[in-house]
Write a protein that binds this ligand. Structure first.
Ligand code: G1P
Length: 301
């Protein structure tokens, strides 16, 4: 327990080769792939900021220069937008580099998610902090961002909290899976009793998956430092959390939100369609286009 009330720091791991999205992710970081017109990492930073986490570290590996450039001011672009009277765009571009205080931390060797988070230890400085995976967008369905939902649980428990959601049995092997006990009077909060990284359905303690957002007490760093490589030969955040569980209470918050995993091709295509469909200016056109596409397919089969 850290005893501190205010959580103001977010760590966003955005290292890794993005192998599930090759060849697109060879030169373009997968976190820079857009949903309609906004790169995934921007949605993630916006989520952190909306939860009051304005002190942000993005952990990057080599080849992720585009992420840095995205959040850096661009005087030449701003001048052009100003001269051409594109004021809405100008406001948006300026807001982008002003929305948070972003520090970039290198991960020199790609040793896994746990190791990426460990690189931010000094930056975090002994405070509770959130972790938001940089390749996943979480759209809230309750007016409060998912990072905000975790913060709310932390403010009641002063313990680590992990975002979770039920997943179908055939997808269990893709996630960290949580075992837990109900908390009296709380429908959406469980006390975590077990965690297993990417188990087979037979070994899984439940169908509740770790859903890309976490809030940790600084105790996680002691565990990360002694966590050996696990599943896939990588230092797994899930394994360090299991260590923390032996020392501190941990909770899972079943999220009010929808998760869009852009780190794989199918997830990207589906998310793009859904986000575009939700845009008023594109909705009707896209609907006609999709219906025509389906009619064409039905006609040729
Ligand atoms: C990571 C974590 C896993 C978690 C998943 C989605 O896996 O290791 O526990 O369930 O993110 O949040 P990855 O998708 O990086 O393989």
């Amino acid at each position: 327990m850290s005893g501190r009330k205010e959580v103001r720091t977010a760590v966003i791991p955005a290292a890794g080769f993005g192998t599930r999205f090759l060849p697109a992710s060879k030169a373009v970081p997968k976190e820079m792939i857009p949903l309609v017109d906004k790169p995934v990492i921007q949605y993630v930073v916006e989520e952190a900021v909306s939860a009051g986490l304005r002190r942000i570290a993005i952990v990057v590996s080599e080849g992720k220069e585009a992420i840095k450039a995205h959040f850096r001011p661009s005087p030449a672009l701003e001048e052009r937008l100003e001269k051409t009277g594109k004021n809405d765009l100008l406001r948006e571009i300026r807001a982008l580099s002003a929305m948070a205080e972003i520090t970039f931390i290198p991960q020199k060797e790609l040793k896994g998610l746990g190791d990426a988070v460990l690189q931010a230890e000094e930056f975090v400085g002994g405070e509770p902090f959130a972790v938001l995976l940089g390749d996943t967008v979480l759209r809230s369905t309750c007016g409060k961002s998912v990072a905000g939902q975790l913060k709310e649980v932390y403010e009641k428990t002063f313990s680590s909290v992990v975002a979770s959601e039920h997943v179908p049995r055939e997808k269990i092997g893709r996630y960290g899976i949580i075992g837990g006990c109900p908390v009296p009077g709380e429908e959406k909060i469980l006390e975590v009793t077990d965690l297993v990284e990417k188990p087979s359905p037979g070994e899984a303690p439940s169908d509740l998956a770790v859903a890309s957002r976490y809030l940790f007490t600084p105790g996680i760093f002691d565990e990360l430092r002694k966590t050996p490589p696990g599943k896939g030969g990588e230092i797994q955040l899930t394994d360090a959390m299991k260590g923390l569980l032996k020392k501190e209470k941990m909770f899972a918050r079943i999220i009010d939100g929808k998760r869009y995993d852009i780190g794989n091709k199918e997830g990207f295509v589906k998310s793009t369609l859904e986000f575009a469909f939700a845009r008023e200016e594109m909705h009707e056109d896209l609907k006609k286009f999709l219906l025509a596409l389906l009619a064409e397919e039905n006609g040729t089969r």
